[in-house]
Design a protein around this ligand. Structure first.
Ligand code: DGY
Length: 319
């Protein structure tokens, strides 16, 4: 009998085909975000669980699935999974690092340019029928050339953003728990600075750290008081890295000129105050949403599951 696997959302077609060939696949119909209770119910007799970054996989879900051997998260981040509980119960957890680097860096840069050059506001004006022609002071925004970009979190995605920034002639600094090696710094033409200095001196701040107990609320109300007046914030990491109320206050007061956001605290709910702001470009957590990236993430999930359920160490084991 093939191992039984519960998949919480419909994955790209090629991935679903591979999954159904190798496993007995159970999935919820229709395709929609599931509650913790629904996931626990769906996976109760399964050895494998494929979860999304929006699925809360806490100890209650794990406890309800006594046969579970592996949780294969379809995401690089694993902040939605109670890793300590999984470890205690001997359940392997895997993720999909690496393959979404370029897509997420593209999204960060797309948001940066969109908010700085007011692309979404311009689009709305053009469509509105109220555009009365070119104007010398119409929709002025901020350029990026020679402006400072402060990257918080210099892992794979942070480095990919730094590469893009080089092409746009930006002055790049970064903050990371550990400095990256000198060769990488040289090749990206960037240097490490303390967080405080990054916040005080950057015209654009882009967040690329994972959500951990240490990075939750890293951009606190205090941090927003430190940020250079008129800077732009880009967040493609996790909403909870930022004190969202403090960010909104800063956007409303003009302390921040704008924000490009792909992530929010308490997704999929988005604070209505954010939605009321014309200086925010708001994407629906779509950083990795390219055809090729989602296929590759799915095949990584498949490889992780296959290995774990065959009793081997999966390639992307987290615990
Ligand atoms: C991840 O995988 O953690 C990303 O946020 C998906 O877009």
């Amino acid at each position: 009998m093939p191992p039984r696997v519960f998949i919480t959302r419909t994955l790209p077609e090629t991935v679903m085909i591979a999954m159904t060939r190798r496993f007995e696949v159970l999935r919820a119909e229709p395709d929609r975000p599931l509650s913790a209770a629904e996931i626990a119910h769906g996976a109760r007799d399964c050895e494998g669980l494929v979860s999304m970054l929006s699925d809360p996989i806490g100890d209650t879900v794990l406890a309800a699935c006594p046969k579970l051997r592996v949780v294969a998260n379809f995401a690089a981040g694993t902040n939605n999974v109670d890793l300590a509980a999984a470890k205690r119960r001997g359940i392997t957890v895997t993720n999909t690092p690496g393959v979404l680097t370029e897509a997420t860096a593209d999204m960060a840069f797309a948001l940066l340019l969109a908010v700085a050059r007011r692309i979404v506001e311009g689009d709305a004006l053009t469509r509105s029928g109220r555009w009365n022609g070119w104007g010398p002071t119409q929709l002025l925004g901020q350029g990026v050339q020679a402006r400072r970009l402060g990257i918080v979190g210099m892992g794979r995605i942070g480095q990919a953003v730094a590469r893009r920034a080089q092409g746009f002639g930006m002055d790049v600094v970064y903050h990371n728990r550990h400095r990256v090696d000198e060769r990488t710094e040289r090749s990206l033409d960037c240097h490490w600075v303390p967080l405080d200095e990054l916040l005080r001196t950057s015209d654009y701040i882009s967040l690329h750290c994972p959500l951990t107990p240490e990075t939750r609320n890293l951009l606190s109300a205090e941090a927003f008081r430190t940020i250079k007046h008129g800077a732009y914030l880009i967040n493609t990491a996790r909403g909870e890295v930022v004190d969202e109320d403090a960010m909104i206050d800063a956007l409303e007061s003009g302390a921040l000129s704008g924000a490009g956001l792909d992530v929010y605290t308490g997704e999929p709910r988005v604070n209505p105050r954010i939605l009321a702001l014309s200086n925010v470009v708001a994407a629906p957590h779509a950083g990795s949403a390219t055809y090729a990236t989602r296929d590759r993430m799915g095949m990584m999930v498949f490889d992780n599951l296959s290995a774990a359920l065959a009793g081997q160490t999966p390639p992307n084991r987290v615990v």
